[in-house]
Ligand binder design. Sequence first.
Ligand SMILES: [Zn+2]
Length: 384
Amino acid sequence: MPPEPTSLFLSAERASALAAWRSPEEDVVSLHLDVDAAGAYPSALCRLLREAKTAQPRLRALARDVERLEAFVRGEFSPAGRRGLCAVSCVKRGLFEAFSLPEPLKPSLTISDRPAVRPLESLGARYRRFLVLLADERRARFVEMHLGEATEVETHDGGELTSDPAALARRAAALAAARGADRLVLGASAERLAAFTAALPADLRGELISEPLLGPDRPLEAVAERGRHNERESLKLREAVLVRRFMEELKNGGAVAGLEAVAAALQQGCVKRVFVREGWAKMGRRCPACRRLSLDHRSCPWCFRVTEHVFDVVAELVDRAVEAGVEVDPVALHPDFDGVGRIGAELSTPAARRKETPTGRALRALFALKSGRTSPLRPRSQPE
Ligand SMILES: [Zn+2]
């Protein structure tokens, strides 16, 4: 993979190359950073590095990677409207990649034999990839947009692509397929749009978004801003469809709602998608032995250990979902979603097969002595 330290754009090709990249040793350092509008992220990086150096002694051997990451964040990265940053370094094998994200990322510095890109995959499921074509009688220009970033793809001045709508449609279809674009955006006059649409393959015609105000001479940042607007509209629509389906599934047993039900379903690995009210945080408890989360169980209902305090149990739950490769959808609108508990999960297996939190009576029955008193023994292994 050629190093392109200045490009923060995540193409489909780069995303899959990065996800498949493996080192024979544990020498890949991944940095995730929450980029705040107030510009406090460099001091957050300082804190993160300090903590990581104490907690992970192996980092000492990877000082060159830490320096590279630090130099990038302080010297090359520009926060402009970005909310998250993911950078990966393996100096020894010539790998350095950085991507920006339109949503905040939980800050972390990890060492592994592979880049830590799970949060990217989780976001990638929600954010579409747009191929933007800006065309007039002189010029045809292609721009790609994904995760709020835009990049120039190619520009044609004159020639067949500006004179023949069918040739332009063929080129657009080929580029959309090669770059994995989900939607096509066309910035052109009404006549040009009509001729182009008629020449487009049927499957792409349904995915076309018209942007008559965008032309081939607009600066990349203006195209990107319009793209971000389209993205927000597309996410709003998606949220409406998904939340409506979730509410229906909740009635039919295909979904669960509430923190403890979602935690239990995640633990059992039967969650397809998690919905959570944007910005919601809540204190809770975690079992140090089996890691199960609850709102207020002082002793673990599954393995009887004394649980510990968790500052934000919602964030902890979301992290686990992301780590498990489950898509997480923040819910910004839909007040009726709060009525069912502000968090919910669509299940991959039917609700009937899930195990509920054991009740006190059920536990007494499991561990009762002949006399009827509760057994003083802890179960040897946690019941699954
Ligand atoms: Zn437990």
